[in-house]
Design a protein. Structure first.
Lengths: 307, 360
């Protein structure tokens, strides 16, 4: 196989992994603070539609991406108000957020269906893009790819080395102790939820600005749910999100490649392959894990301080 | 027009909307009430969008006698309630446009014998339930010929949704059209196993391009593959509606579903009191399948496509006219004969020359 073919395949895999990485890294931070937000799909759709509209009117991908982030933030603050402000059940609030986002994005975007704009420009980095074999593949992508990798690196550093990250993890594992130590549990969780919303919004904007540059209702097609599963798959570790997303994206693309090559396996089975691979990986990871997991101990539990 | 959107409001609110539609009836008491139920959003710019275009055509033609409304994104499971509610709330004529509405519509039609029902792409009828569908494969034959002429390396990519007869007969008609002008054509088929997932459809198009296809044909609903093809400087075709706006340089033509004529005819029949339960399977002859303008191709290819469309429309050319050999070498239709309609409607085999295994 030629290197051109190899690079084309790799670029397709990366492109299909980016929305998963973006949404999952945001959800990971929210979950590490104890907030299980099942509204990722709804926040993504809102980010997708608002990102598209913003970019359509401003003719700027950057403005579009910021609109997507803003939409994700707005949705997340609604979730934060319900779950932190009123201590509503997180699962119910998250599901409601997804349904709400699906409906509202369809309504907002009704007049923008069928419009199109050019995909986000690919940013070629001087010198690096010209490297043989890997240059075009790794350094010839659109801005979202770099943003995603920078976000993962930032989150990994933040959670591990920063004081605020340590506080966030403490809030996720034992909110009562954190509260007793004088930390603001609600405030920390709200910031984490907002970060998750911003990332989901950006992920949605990536869909309508770079991946498939048009708006159509429901175009995220379940990617928000896959992002949620990836967080568990990654056992709440940032870099494993990238690994999981690439594995999932890789399985998806390779099954399409296999079909086009005429490999005679039932296509339904091939379509299920990415999910099967993900489940198998989950089982293997669990078997290998001999010590306690990173699952935030207070995940999904509301916290109301006694005063 | 009453717009009741299932996707935009919660189910409870939608039933409320139906109630409100009913109260508004007094002012329009003399008008016939026709309702349309779609499986997708009208904004899909594909299948459901085209049905709604048909509804608008009906509204325009008979608006003084008919009041139309629609429900979008109605899941097939649980649609029985939707149809019953429409029948209860005073609708005289109800169109259901997805295959999966079949059994619910059969059941509800028996409960409301005075209401007329019309079901697209199904095969079960009752005294007050008609069926209708379009010969989409006629359009596929035309685009197969175009692809056969336009390809430079004889390799064409085909993104298919599900291995159901409509899609399989489309692949076969496409291949027969391509073979009629270019016997050495190769087809690479990807089953996406979805009707609508822009990301996956785009990925499939990228994969087919990476394997050397220079023309991509799709039987899935979003315009994503066309955008990929446009960016790569190759060619493709639109599905269900004219998708030229998404890929002005890449698009060769689109197969356009056209339901308006049928909707007007059937509604007029209800108004005249001549409506009967029937089955309609129309193609280009009944103007139910149309070809969008032929673009981005040399004049001789365009002339050929125009001539082929005209011949099909005039009933002088049948894509499934023999001799047709199946992939396994058995004869599907002898010279001078054609594959029977019922065999097209239940097609589960490939024609000779397709190097792929049909998922069962």
């Amino acid at each position: 196989m030629s290197s051109v073919f190899f690079q084309a395949v790799a670029a397709t895999i990366i492109a299909s992994s980016i929305p998963l990485i973006l949404a999952a890294i945001g959800e990971l931070v929210a979950e590490r603070s104890g907030m299980l937000n099942l509204g990722v799909e709804g926040m993504m759709l809102m980010g997708a539609v608002c990102g598209f509209i913003g970019a359509y009117f401003s003719s700027s991908t950057l403005v579009g991406a910021l609109c997507g982030v803003a939409a994700g933030l707005a949705m997340a603050s609604l979730y934060g108000l319900l779950t932190i402000g009123f201590a509503v059940n997180q699962v119910a609030a998250g599901l409601a957020l997804t349904i709400f986002g699906q409906g509202l994005s369809g309504l907002i975007g009704a007049h923008y269906v069928g419009l199109k704009r050019d995909g986000a420009p690919h940013l070629h980095l001087p010198w690096l893009s010209g490297l043989p074999y890997v240059g075009h593949m790794l350094f010839g992508e659109d801005g979202f790819v770099y943003a995603a990798l920078a976000l993962v690196a930032g989150v990994a550093w933040f959670l591990r080395y920063s004081r605020a990250g340590l506080n966030l993890r403490a809030v996720g594992d034992n909110p009562a102790s954190a509260h007793a130590l004088g930390m603001s549990v609600g405030g920390t969780r709200l910031m984490a939820v907002l970060f998750g919303g911003a990332c989901a919004g950006l992920s949605g904007a990536y869909l309508t600005l770079a991946y498939t540059p048009f708006w159509s209702p429901g175009l995220s097609a379940g990617r928000g749910w896959i992002a949620l599963a990836l967080v568990v798959f990654a056992s709440w570790k940032p870099w494993r999100v990238v690994l999981g997303a690439l594995l999932f994206g890789g399985a998806t693309i390779l099954q399409l490649q296999a079909q086009a090559l005429g490999i005679r396996l039932p296509s339904q089975m091939l379509s299920a392959l990415p999910y099967v691979v993900t489940i198998l990986a989950l089982i293997l990871l669990n078997l290998r894990r001999y010590r306690g997991s990173l699952t935030p101990a207070a995940l999904g539990l509301p916290f109301v301080a006694d005063t | 027009m009453t717009k009741i959107s299932r996707r935009n409001v919660l189910t409870g609110a939608a039933s409320l909307g139906l109630g409100m539609a009913t109260t508004g009836r007094a002012s329009a008491a003399t008008k016939l009430k026709a309702a349309f139920v779609y499986v997708g959003p009208v904004g899909d710019f594909g299948y459901s969008y085209q049905h709604d275009q048909g509804r608008l055509e009906l509204q325009k033609a008979l608006g003084d006698k008919v009041e139309t409304s629609f429900l979008e994104s109605v899941p097939e499971a649980g649609s029985e309630q939707t149809f019953a509610q429409l029948a209860r709330s005073g609708h005289d004529l109800i169109f259901g446009t997805s295959f999966g509405y079949m059994d619910p519509m059969v059941k509800v039609s028996k409960q409301y014998p005075k209401v007329k029902f019309e079901h697209a792409t199904g095969y079960k009828r009752t005294p007050n339930l008609s069926t209708y569908s379009a010969k989409f494969h006629e359009g596929r034959y035309v685009i197969g010929q175009i692809a056969g002429k336009m390809t430079k390396n004889n390799t064409i990519g085909y993104i298919a949704a599900f291995p159901i007869p409509e899609v399989v007969s489309g692949i076969n008609a496409f291949m027969l059209g391509a073979q009629s002008v270019n016997p050495g054509i190769k087809l690479k088929i990807i089953w996406a196993n979805v009707w609508f997932d822009p990301g996956k459809e785009a990925d499939a198009a990228k994969v087919l391009l990476s394997q050397g296809c220079d023309i991509i044909c799709q039987h899935t609903d979003s315009a994503a593959p066309l955008q990929v093809v446009e960016k790569a400087g190759k060619h493709g075709f639109g599905q269900s509606s004219d998708m030229a706006r998404f890929a002005p340089k890449a698009i060769l033509t689109s197969i356009v579903d056209h339901w308006g004529g049928y909707y007007i005819k059937r509604t007029q029949a209800v108004l005249d009191g001549t409506w009967k339960s029937t089955d309609t399977w129309g193609g280009m002859d009944l103007d139910m399948v149309r070809m969008a303008p032929f673009t981005n191709m040399p004049d001789d290819v365009k002339a050929m496509a125009v001539a082929t469309s005209a011949a099909i429309k005039a009933d002088k050319l049948n894509p499934f006219h023999g001799p047709i050999t199946k992939q396994d070498g058995t004869i599907a239709a002898k010279a001078g004969e054609a594959v029977a309609d019922k065999d097209i409607l239940s097609m589960n085999w490939y024609v000779k020359g397709i190097d792929d295994k049909l998922p069962s």
